[in-house]
Write a protein that binds this ligand. Structure first.
Ligand code: MLC
Ligand code: AMP
Length: 526
């Protein structure tokens, strides 16, 4: 299992179809709209970038930090980093300089790739963090990365990696303190990709290129869902992708008739429902509509059934663990032959995933009762980058990772997520940690303290609302607080509303009663 041939790219490459000239990716939007990439293109272009990376003579285990707009070339850079044996570190393009400065300082990447527009400020931060190589990559194939890669050969011998060698670091914010880098190995990624390939019944095209799945890829590629679950699935199946750089509900619905698989966070499903063009006819060829990253409302689940005749398949995962549970796509002998995709649940633990639900003392709770979800398996990360104490806190003595999610098993074995013990808001599929946002608010002049809570929102599922207490004598305007936050924080983390209050509600222990604030503002967005 830990042989030196476990490079994820090698596994994906072995699954490419025999006809390398078949179309692998059809670009649907952006500057490259209308372009098609063959499987050979993916192999050759990733080889050229891998050769460029290899020519830099980086130390083993070097991180390649990437903050670029979504494009096929950005995906090729991911594949190239795997091939060259380095560690891919994707960053959301919404992150602003204070956030990027922290990530680069913490990860100390050897290479940073940013957009041509951001080169000025990103390169300044990168050089400060000790990075020696900064390249640019635009979504129109501009920038120094491809210019340099063009001078390199289009063949590359993928560097052997062992299953426990690091493949990627994904930063996830923390309930306390700064973000933590979840370290994912080649083995974590390969095992989860193979399990999902099988569990979701991905269909490979036949020798004539017929009958395979076709995925619409419309998610960002700096997080688990778009980068790993979607891309690995399609590549392992040798399936074509229709590639959107940005999610546009109308445009995606227009391409649905060609597709068989779609993956989205709930907001994407809500927005597609708002398009009258979403009909049974439009969705007639779909085999799998997968939702995850945030809770799918039962109304959305039912509305999709009524409108299209299709039942969305909900699954559950995390950056630290990849995918953990899934509803079945077809009758599953492992679960008494059940094929029902049960709305409101996230399905069964995936094969190989040990999932238990425990009480405060760590004892398993009976079926039907709610407790903390803990997991173990080949998909679970090894720890947080350079944070051994944080890592130790998040694992139990017997090696289970504490997800921070709260849920229950039903009598048939389906898992339902009922809440979170961690203080996090999940907004449009992105995690927003109130502690981080409060930290930024509390640094603003005139602010004594603040609390950020999540409230329901029809589009994003949940959004943040800030309640801010001014220092004595200070005059604060909600607009000024939000404008100041926008300049410093990724836009999706900025609360959608802000209120100025004389004080925060506290219990007798002095702890802020966020539940009261949540109740007070619950109906803000209808
Ligand atoms: C955008 N905005 C958001 C937001 N996205 N606000 C809150 N939450 C979000 N998720 C705000 C912006 O701040 C901006 O406000 C305004 O909306 C328009 O910005 P935009 O960039 O034009 O938005 P749009 O392109 O419509 O993006 C919405 C979205 C996007 C839903 C398409 O958020 C998205 O792609 N979400 C998917 C996230 C994802 O892939 N999650 C997977 C994580 S992996 P203003 O005020 O600045 O104008 C994971 C593990 C697992 O969780 O299990 O999968
Ligand atoms: P992240 O840290 O961004 O990877 O987000 C992981 C978190 O998203 C999990 O811990 C859950 O809280 C949440 N999540 C993912 N999928 C689902 C789902 N299907 N239902 C409810 N919550 C989910």
């Amino acid at each position: 299992m830990n042989a030196p041939d476990a490079n994820l790219y090698a596994v994906l490459r072995a699954a490419f179809p025999a006809d390398l000239d078949a179309v692998a990716i059809d670009v649907a939007d952006g500057p490259a709209a209308g372009l098609a990439y063959s499987w050979r293109d993916l192999d050759r272009a990733s080889a050229m970038i891998a050769n460029l990376l290899a020519s830099l003579n980086l130390p083993a285990g070097s991180r390649v930090a990437v903050q670029v707009d979504k494009s096929v070339e950005a995906m090729l850079l991911y594949l190239a980093t795997l091939r060259a044996g380095y560690v891919f570190l994707p960053l959301n393009t919404a992150y602003r300089s204070a956030e990027v400065e922290y990530f680069l300082g913490n990860a100390e990447p050897a290479v940073v790739v940013c957009t041509p527009q951001a080169f000025g400020w990103v390169s300044t931060l990168a050089f400060k963090a000790g990075t020696r190589h900064v390249f640019t990559l635009g979504d129109d194939r501009s920038g120094s990365l491809l210019e340099r890669a063009l001078h390199h050969p289009d063949r590359f011998e993928t560097v052997p990696r062992r299953a426990d060698d690091l493949a990627a670091i994904l930063y996830t914010s923390g309930t306390t303190g700064r973000s933590k880098g979840a370290m994912l190995s080649h083995g974590n990624l390969v095992s989860n990709a193979q399990v999902l390939f099988d569990y979701w019944g991905w269909r490979r095209p036949d020798a004539r290129g017929q009958g395979g799945d076709l995925l619409i890829h419309a998610l960002p590629i700096f997080h688990v869902h778009g980068l790993f679950v979607a891309i690995h699935g399609a590549l392992l199946a040798g399936s074509r992708m229709i590639w959107f750089n940005r999610f546009d509900a109308l445009a995606v619905v227009a391409r649905l008739p060609e597709a068989t698989v779609f993956m989205g966070v709930p907001t994407l499903y809500v927005r597609m429902l708002a398009e009258p063009t979403l009909t049974r006819e439009a969705a007639r060829g779909m085999r799998l509509l997968i939702s995850g990253s945030a809770p799918l409302l039962i109304e959305t689940f039912k509305d999709w059934q009524t409108r299209t005749g299709h039942t969305i398949l909900e699954r559950y995962g995390m950056s630290e663990t990849l995918m953990l549970t899934s509803n079945p796509w077809t009758a599953d002998p492992r679960h008494g032959g059940r094929s029902e995709r049960r709305g409101g649940t996230v399905g069964f633990p995936l094969p190989g995933v040990d999932l238990r639900i425990v009480d405060e003392a760590g004892a398993a709770v009976p079926v039907g009762e709610t407790g903390h979800i803990q997991v173990r398996g080949p998909n679970v990360f090894s720890g947080y980058w350079r944070m051994p104490e944080k890592t130790a806190e998040e694992f139990t003595a017997d090696g289970f990772f504490k997800t921070g999610d709260v849920g229950r098993f039903d009598a048939d074995g389906y898992v339902t997520i009922v809440g979170r013990s961690k203080d996090v808001i999940i907004s449009g599929g992105y995690n927003v940690y109130p502690a981080e946002v409060e930290g930024f608010i509390n640094e603003l002049p005139g602010v004594a303290e603040s609390a950020v809570v999540g409230v329901p929102h029809p589009d994003f599922g949940e959004v943040g609302v800030a309640v801010v207490v001014p220092r004595p004598g200070a005059a604060l305007s909600p607009e000024a607080v939000l404008a100041a936050l926008k300049a410093r924080l990724a836009n999706f983390k900025v609360p959608k509303r802000c209120f100025v209050a004389a004080e925060l509600p506290r219990n007798t222990m002095g702890k802020v009663q966020k539940n009261l604030l949540r109740d007070q503002h619950r109906a803000l967005f209808g």
